[in-house]
Design a protein around this ligand. Structure first.
Ligand code: GLC
Length: 567
């Protein structure tokens, strides 16, 4: 998925745009006071979080039951992957009614209850808005495909054509053509994802108005923010083969924000696979004209072959990772805001990916957490990441994700061996992140009393929340402490970032500095012992957090050792 984005040139953001940002940002003063700059967000994939009625699917009542757990972790907001009414062709990222809840998850009443109960735990709920496309079961689409002069026809993107001769050879992200034929009206509609996810036509002001009204309706219900799914794809112009970063993108964002988000004190985050730092500054302009922050992926796609797809595996270019993360830290300083993440529902588990999920699982999971949480931006913890949950290796029949299944068949047809395909799925498949949350060592990890919709990872007897919550040395406790440190030390929020030891092959280190404090984070990214190169710089500093008990030896860093110092 998402590799088509690479083939499209990022549209240049002009210098003038940026000069305007700075001016506006300055006029609005320093907005480091925004609550979401100190916040940590926790992402819930509702289908796999907690089942409360034994049907094998997680639900809203299940989330309500686990609010105490989340309050213990200390997070401030939940990004709830879509719970709207949906035929679930793409696990809810295909919405058939934006103003209702899918019965698998509960009812509108349950949703209101969740919003209110979460507030009591000081947690805000962010809804996941899928605005690039709807489900083909949405009332708008059902109308739209009836005839060319139906009032809803223009809600979607249509082109005339003969069956078997699509308007272009554009491909969808989940495989196959981006055009689907509707014989009854002799037209093709455009879909960047599944055929069950027809793209909405943002050029139609009626579509935009309907979306704004829906968002205001949710704001009225007390939601605390929104995550905006593939929002960089809304301004498409298929005739020019433009899918991401279309010419009208920023214009749409500004209108969307003005008509909705700016009427409340919300956290908003735009998912953007195609944003570079210049564009990200527009997304997260401190004047609040677009969104609070950007959620971009430049650091997370590095372990794939150049020019290939995510399935074409390659070792992680470690120095490049450091360079890219530093670039984002430096470029957005004082003029934008980034999201900090390793994991989400589309990505494999970080401990299996760039850590070591065998003998150093605990050490490497904590190292990755310390490394990320010391940076500037709003951290996102994806469910189970705080426990060091790992990837899985299932038989192909046990996978549920449409992306995995489509890729499997496509690559078999192209002549790849089954072994090779499975290797890619084990490494990158989205279902790695979608296995049920591991609550305890009882049947099905305490996720459900029924049959789980997707198999539970069989390491749940060892890796589960129950065994970690009260253990001060657990991965959970490490995350909990990091969340607290961000609240206690303003340097986490405003400190200037400097990458240290840029060319070192093993260490990821950086400093953060504000007027009061200097923080240094030193991480051994690999499984061997190496010299502690920053001993002199860190001498006499207080250790805020580390992943080994005794940090007195200033000569070596043990495998995956991470230390966060402050003065
Ligand atoms: C986003 C979602 C992903 C979904 C896709 C289409 O990238 O995170 O899960 O499949 O958009 O909505």
């Amino acid at each position: 998925m998402f590799n088509i984005y690479k083939k499209i040139q990022l549209k240049e953001v002009t210098k003038r745009d940026n000069e305007e940002i700075d001016m506006e940002g300055m006029m609005n003063g320093n907005n480091n006071e925004k609550w979401w700059k100190k916040a940590v967000v926790y992402q819930i994939y509702p289908k796999s979080f907690q089942d409360s009625n034994g049907d094998g699917f997680g639900d809203l009542q299940g989330i309500i039951k686990r609010l105490d757990y989340l309050e213990t972790l200390g997070i401030n907001a939940i990004w709830l992957s879509p719970v709207f009414k949906s035929p679930q062709a793409d696990n809810g990222y295909d919405i058939s009614d934006y103003r209702d809840i899918d019965p698998t998850f509960g009812s509108l009443d349950d949703m209101e209850k969740l919003i209110n109960e979460a507030k009591k735990h000081n947690i805000r709920i962010m809804m996941d808005l899928v605005l690039n496309h709807s489900s083909n079961e949405h009332r708008w689409f059902k109308e739209a495909k009836k005839s060319k002069d139906n009032p809803y026809h223009d809600y979607y993107i249509w082109r005339d054509g003969d069956e078997g001769v699509p308007p272009s050879d554009m491909k969808a992200c989940f495989g196959g053509s981006a055009w689907e034929y509707v014989p009854e009206i002799g037209q093709y509609y455009f879909h960047q994802f599944l055929p069950e996810q027809p793209d909405l036509n943002w050029e139609n002001p009626k579509v935009r108005r309907a979306i704004y009204d829906m968002i205001l309706w949710w704001m009225d219900k007390g939601v605390g923010g929104f995550r905006l799914d593939v929002i960089d794809q809304i301004a498409k112009e298929p005739d020019k083969r433009i899918t991401i970063n279309g010419p009208r993108l920023q214009e749409y964002f500004k209108e969307l924000s003005r008509e909705t988000f700016q009427k409340g004190d919300l956290i908003t985050v735009g998912e953007a696979w195609g944003a570079d730092t210049e564009r990200a500054k527009l997304y997260s302009n401190p004047d609040g004209s677009e969104f609070s922050m950007v959620f971009q992926f430049e650091h997370i796609g590095l372990d794939q072959k150049e020019g290939g797809e995510k399935w074409d595996l390659a070792p992680l270019p470690f120095k490049k990772l450091k360079k890219i993360m530093a670039h984002w830290q430096n470029e957005l300083y004082n003029c934008g805001w980034n999201s900090l993440f390793w994991d989400n529902h589309d990505l494999p588990r970080i401990v299996s990916r760039w850590g070591n999920d065998r003998e150093y699982r605990v050490e490497s999971a904590k190292m990755l957490a310390i490394l990320l949480h010391g940076m500037q931006g709003t951290p996102y913890i994806y469910q189970g990441e705080e426990l060091g949950m790992t990837n899985v290796q299932y038989d192909i029949e046990d996978y549920k994700d449409c992306e995995i299944i489509n890729m499997y068949h496509e690559r078999l047809e192209k002549g790849y061996s089954k072994d090779e395909i499975m290797k890619s799925i084990y490494a990158k498949g989205r279902d790695n992140a979608r296995t049920p949350m591991q609550w305890d060592d009882s049947a099905n990890a305490g996720f459900t009393t029924g049959t789980p919709w997707i198999k539970v990872n069989d390491n749940y007897d060892k890796i589960n929340a129950k065994s970690q919550v009260d253990d001060p040395d657990s991965i959970f406790s490490c995350y909990k402490k990091l969340v607290q440190l961000r609240k206690d030390y303003p340097v986490f929020v405003d400190g200037k970032f400097t990458l240290l030891l840029e060319d070192d092959e093993n260490i990821f280190a950086y400093s953060r500095k504000n007027e009061e404090k200097t923080m240094i984070v030193v991480c051994n990214f690999f499984d061997k012992e190496i010299p502690m190169l920053l001993a002199k710089e860190c001498e006499g500093m207080e250790v805020l957090i580390s992943n080994y008990k005794d940090t007195s030896d200033m000569s070596v860093l043990r495998p995956y050792e991470a230390r966060m110092y402050i003065r």
